[in-house]
Design a protein around this ligand. Structure first.
Ligand code: PLP
Length: 282
């Protein structure tokens, strides 16, 4: 298995990161997960633009262009013979003696990337997922895809311990997003999803889903909705890089919508799959 460390492809065993890497000590870094279908990166430009934006928001200087990063990731996919899977990549602020303030310009970010074989979640796509609702205790810059994921992890773990697949987070009455997905509801044939502000990560799958809706004349409204609206919605679905578009069939032990994947969600799933075929081939 090959990994990428600071622009060099090497065996996983050879790749070592110092214990004073700021990613390791502070979660001081940003990351992306990109899908690989049919050996090709799906929506790579969108993910890499978001990575650049995340890095800029926290003042990490990424020393490569988007095209350079993409070529490196493509090399890694080829070396590891990934047909269906993911690429993970992260930039941390680099290695320097532990201190809260940033190190000087001379300290270069640490760039790590690796691949993994990951199938499509066939059963979840077909049958849907169960979710819990959970208070969103994260910070106020959820638009940054930061390595600091403790708030997400605590929620995700609670969902798992409740026998569920995802935690749907809410700040007070307002639903924000999932612990690692975006949440949308369908009401009277319209798709409603939280606006892309600082309270959510603007998911690439969310953006793709919205684009697909607009192209197919499905009305979409980007506005905040409440937990009450979530529980009373006709349909609920999640979007995310590894899960694509997945129906939610149960929330807090009660049926979501009518407890079965709804017709709008089904259509979106089909169109999403068509888009994958269109962009990556079958
Ligand atoms: N929201 C959070 C908190 C996430 O961590 C993720 C993805 O990991 C998403 C939403 C979905 O984003 P994307 O569709 O870009 O994978």
């Amino acid at each position: 298995e090959f990994v990428m460390l600071n622009g060099e492809v090497m065996s996983r065993e050879t790749a070592k990161v110092d214990i004073e890497d700021r990613g390791y000590q502070f979660g001081d870094g940003v990351y992306e997960v990109i899908r690989v279908y049919n050996r090709k990166l799906f929506t790579a430009a969108e993910h890499l633009r978001r990575l650049e934006e995340s890095a800029k928001k926290v003042g990490i200087n990424v020393p490569y262009s988007i095209d350079e990063i993409q070529s490196m990731l493509e090399e890694l996919i080829e070396r590891n013979k990934i047909v269906l899977g993911i690429v993970y990549l992260q930039f941390t602020r680099g290695i320097s003696p532990r201190k809260h303030t940033f190190p000087g310009e001379e300290v270069a970010p640490t760039f790590v990337a690796y691949t993994r074989h990951v199938g499509r979640p066939a059963e979840k796509l077909e049958k849907g997922m169960k979710a819990i609702t959970e208070e969103d205790i994260r910070w106020l810059r959820c638009d940054i895809k930061s390595l600091n994921l403790l708030g997400n992890l605590l929620a995700s773990q609670k969902a798992a311990e409740s026998g569920c697949d995802e935690a749907i987070l809410h700040r007070g009455e307002t639903v924000t997003e999932g612990s690692h997905t975006n949440v949308s509801i369908v009401v009277d044939g319209k798709v409603v999803t939280h606006a892309a502000d600082n309270f959510i990560l603007n998911g690439i799958s969310r953006q793709k889903m919205l684009e697909i809706c607009r192209r197919n004349d499905v009305p979409v409204i980007e506005r905040n909705f409440t937990v009450d609206e979530l529980l009373k919605a006709d349909e609920v679905f999640l979007t995310g890089t590894t899960i694509e578009v997945v129906p939610v069939i149960e929330i807090d032990g009660k049926p979501a919508g009518n407890g079965k994947p709804g017709p709008v969600t089904r259509k979106l799933q089909q169109w999403f799959e068509d888009e994958i075929k269109e962009l990556c081939g079958s």
